[in-house]
Structure formats: structure tokens, C-alpha cells
Design a protein around this ligand. Structure first.
Ligand SMILES: Nc1ncnc2c1ncn2[C@@H]1O[C@H](COP(=O)(O)OP(=O)(O)O)[C@@H](O)[C@H]1O
Ligand SMILES: [Mg+2]
Length: 444
């Protein structure tokens, strides 16, 4: 059982608080992605778990054991970094098996484990090469193989795809997801890239300034962002925001602005907005919820908005419209058959069913999912300690775990792991944090 639990964890450097009151439960077999902008404390959170940095305050558990004072090599984790940190003078085979050799495993056993890991990652034909003779994607797979031969309870990956080009990133992303499904082990994955987070995670924790903003499944965070930061960070292109005033009475509530905007609020959203009557709010709408009037999806409650089309970008399956309305610049993703022309005026249709609204002071969402969808099984629970909206993981954990969705895949992964001899799980980086070998010059 490799549940990981951070309990009110802090990391302080002299004047910086890199991680602040960090409370997060990561269930066994979860693929948890920690996502946030650069400097938000993601790597620090991971390094605290690996034992590469000391914890200033709070506790971290792996299973039921507090690991604050457990030596890194005894924590049953393996870590993969952005820089692959391979030994350039060693073959791929020896790089993968190096940690096992350090621990004096017999040669034939090492060989067997290396072959199995190589097979999982499709790098058997590369075993005799040196790292210098590999592409970036191949090197990252070697680094992954080196982690999996250790059979760790938890895999930690810190921006492992950042050094790859866009195409390879997409491909390797899928390979890591497959690896997770096959091994059925807990993965904690750090990235600044919300697309990686959305595509790979069973659970996402969004960080900003060392603080967890929200935790939940990718879809839950997309549909129910708890604040302006998460709303703007998750989803690409980003959500559009407008400052508006709530006006009208109980039967007819509109979002109005000096620009001439007047958007009626759907009935199910009115109650939550009552206390904002005649006050300002931040109105949020995703680009895909602004439609060309000729291609409004069925059963969509829409309201017209006058816009000026500045630029159109054909993406093939859709068109991005760069628009202005009054002082506001915003973006719509519309049907590729749109007749929109740059430099023209156009009335677009705003799908108000999917509107978001935020308090302008606190930047917190005004709509709680309970109010919007009382029957929804995905009701977030707010942690009394941190006030962090804990998203859908409580109810969705079972269905999100890849093992339960794909029992055969899990069984296969287990058999594979069983075949690998029991072994202390340590990364060379953890064993020798300062001794990371100089690898290829193109890194960092
Ligand atoms: N060794 C260190 N000494 C001092 N400050 C640090 C150290 N490591 C990280 N920090 C600071 O902690 C904050 C979080 O850093 P980090 O966890 O690396 O962010 P991320 O991985 O999200 O980019 C940053 O402000 C960074 O400057
Ligand atoms: Mg980092």
C-alpha cells in the first residue's frame, strides 16, 4: 500500500516559504500531478518526499509510516528528473543496472531485471549504446528504466518531458501513462504544463506561491475551478474574464457592463448571485462556450454579444477568434465552418449555462458545485484546516485508479513486478544527491 500523505507540511528557506501548509493525500496507485507556474513549490514538495530536502514543519507519511526521519534510501521511492543524469561512459545496460550493482546484486540477476525493464520501455535494441548515441526521448526512457528496476512503492517524476521536443513529448507522455497502468504503482508527477496535467493525471493538485489551490480530477477542476487562478490556469486557451455588474431582480438577472454587454443569467445560477445584486463580479467563460450563431450546439442556453473580430486562426477542427468587446480582449473557439472575417463585426452567442463567476475581492468562485448540480456525485469537501477545496478524489478514487478499470493490465503489471527480485529502491541521485554525473552538454 503506497498511500502518500502530506500533513500540514512547510518548507522554509531563509526568507522564502517554498511550501506552505501543504496537506495532500495521494491514494495508492494514483497518478497525481502537481501543477503550477515556475517557482510555485512543486519540486520542493517532491524533494521533501524523496528526502533530498529536510521538512521544516509537518509530517509526510508513506503508507502508515512517518518518513520525516527515514533515510532517503529507505523510503521506497525512485525519482526521475528533467535532466536524465545518465553516466556517459556507461552503456545503457549498465546505466539501468547501476543502482542494483551498487547494492551488490549478482550480475545475472541485474541482467534479468535490466532486460525486463528494457522490454517494458522498448529500449532493448539500445542496451549496448552509450547515452551520447541516444535521442532525448530514448535517454528519458533509460532514466525511467533505471527507476523501475528498483520496484519502488512510489515513482516521483519532476518535469521529465521538458527537454523533449513537442512531438516526442506527446509520445513519451502516453508511454508514461501506459507504464503507470502496467505497474499499478503510485506516481507523483510535477509539471508546469497544464496539458500534461490534464492528459496524464487521475488527480491534479494545482499550486501557486507554495500553496495548494485545489485538488481534484482533471474534469472536476476544469468544470468547477475554485478560484480565478485555477480557472485561468487549467484549460488551453485560457478562460476569458470580464468585470461585470449583477443587475436585475429575482426573475431576470443580467451581467452588465458599460461596453453595452447585457447577458441574462440562467435560472439555476441566479440564487448564488443574489447577494451580489448591483455589485461587481468577475464573469468567466471558456473559449469553447462562445459560439458562432450558425453553429450553436443543441440545448444550449445562449445570449448574444456584439464583438469585433481581430484575428482568425484556423486550427483545422476549429477556429480561434481573437475578439474585442469594449475594452476586453477575449477568445472564442468556434466551428471551422464559421464565416467570421478579421476586421468585421459579429454577434456571437455566449453559452451561459457554462458561465463561471468569481468574487472580485477574494477571487473565489461564487458557484459551489452543490448549488449548481445537487445530484452530482462529485461534491468537493472543503478541508477545515486549509480551506482548500478537496475535489472529487474522495468519490472518484476507485474509478480513477487504472488498476480497477483494467484488471488485466494491473495483473500483468504485478506479475512483471513479482518477477523482479525484491530490492531496496533508491535513486543514485538520492544516494548521492551532489554526485549527479555531468551528462550531455545540452542539459540545463
Ligand atoms: N535550495 C533553495 N534555497 C533557497 N530557495 C529555494 C531553494 N530551492 C527552491 N527555493 C525557492 O523555493 C521556491 C519554490 O521553488 P521550486 O519548488 O523549485 O518551484 P517549482 O518546482 O514549482 O518551479 C522558489 O521561490 C525557489 O526560489
Ligand atoms: Mg521545479
Amino acid at each position: 500500500m503506497a498511500r502518500v500523505f502530506y500533513e500540514n507540511v512547510y518548507k522554509r528557506w531563509k526568507e522564502t516559504v517554498a511550501v506552505k501548509d501543504f496537506t495532500l493525500e495521494i491514494a495508492d496507485k494514483e497518478f497525481l500531478v502537481l501543477v503550477g507556474p515556475s517557482g510555485s513549490g512543486k519540486s520542493t514538495a517532491l524533494r521533501l518526499l524523496a528526502g533530498l530536502d529536510s521538512i521544516s514543519d509537518g509530517k509526510i507519511y508513506i503508507g502508515d509510516r512517518v518518513i520525516n526521519n527515514v533515510a532517503p534510501k529507505d523510503r521506497d521511492i525512485a525519482m526521475v528528473f528533467q535532466t536524465y543524469a545518465l553516466y556517459p561512459h556507461m552503456s545503457v545496460h549498465d546505466n539501468v543496472g547501476f543502482g542494483l550493482k551498487l547494492r551488490k546484486m549478482p550480475k545475472d540477476q541485474i541482467h534479468e531485471k535490466v532486460l525486463q525493464a528494457a522490454q517494458v520501455l522498448g529500449i532493448e535494441p539500445l542496451l549496448d549504446r552509450k547515452p551520447g548515441q541516444l535521442s532525448g526521448g530514448q535517454r528519458q526512457r533509460v532514466a525511467l528504466a533505471r527507476a523501475i528496476v528498483r520496484e519502488p512503492k512510489v515513482f516521483l517524476l519532476d518535469e521529465p518531458l521538458s527537454n523533449l521536443d513537442a512531438k516526442l513529448r506527446v509520445q513519451t507522455r502516453a508511454e508514461i501513462s501506459k507504464l503507470h497502468q502496467r505497474l499499478g504503482t503510485t506516481f507523483i508527477y510535477v509539471t508546469h504544463d497544464q496539458v500534461e496535467a490534464m492528459t496524464m493525471a487521475t488527480q491534479i493538485a494545482v499550486m501557486n506561491f507554495g500553496v495548494i489551490q485545489q485538488v481534484g480530477t482533471p474534469q472536476f477542476l476544469y468544470d468547477h475551478p475554485t478560484n480565478v487562478f485555477v480557472a485561468g490556469f487549467i484549460g488551453s486557451p485560457s478562460m476569458n474574464f470580464f468585470e461585470v455588474t449583477v443587475s436585475g431582480d429575482a426573475d431576470q438577472v443580467c451581467l452588465v457592463a458599460d461596453s453595452g454587454m447585457s447577458l441574462p443569467v440562467p435560472a439555476k445560477k441566479r440564487r448564488a448571485l443574489e447577494k451580489y445584486r448591483d455589485k461587481k463580479i468577475v464573469f468567466g467563460i471558456r473559449p469553447e462556450d462562445i459560439h458562432d450563431p450558425d453553429f450553436v450546439p443543441p440545448d444550449t442556453e445562449v445570449a448574444p454579444l456584439d464583438t469585433a473580430v481581430e484575428v482568425t486562426e484556423l486550427m483545422g477542427n476549429e477556429v480561434f477568434l481573437h475578439l474585442t468587446h469594449g475594452e476586453n480582449n477575449f477568445l472564442a473557439r468556434v466551428d471551422p465552418r464559421t464565416a467570421a472575417q478579421p476586421g468585421s463585426k459579429m454577434e456571437l452567442m455566449v453559452g451561459m449555462d457554462n458561465m463561471h463567476a468569481f468574487d472580485p475581492e477574494s477571487e473565489q468562485t461564487i458557484f459551489s458545485p452543490e448549488e449548481e448540480e445537487p445530484e452530482s456525485p462529485r461534491q468537493p469537501k472543503r478541508s477545515p484546516a486549509t480551506g482548500v477545496a478537496e475535489g472529487a478524489w474522495i468519490t472518484s478514487r476507485e474509478s480513477a485508479a487504472p488498476g480497477s478499470a483494467q484488471p488485466e493490465a494491473e495483473e500483468e503489471g504485478k506479475v512483471e513486478l513479482d518477477k523482479l527480485a525484491k530490492e531496496e529502491a533508491v535513486t543514485e541521485q538520492v544516494a548521492k544527491p551532489r554526485g549527479v554525473p555531468k551528462d550531455q552538454a545540452d542539459q540545463d
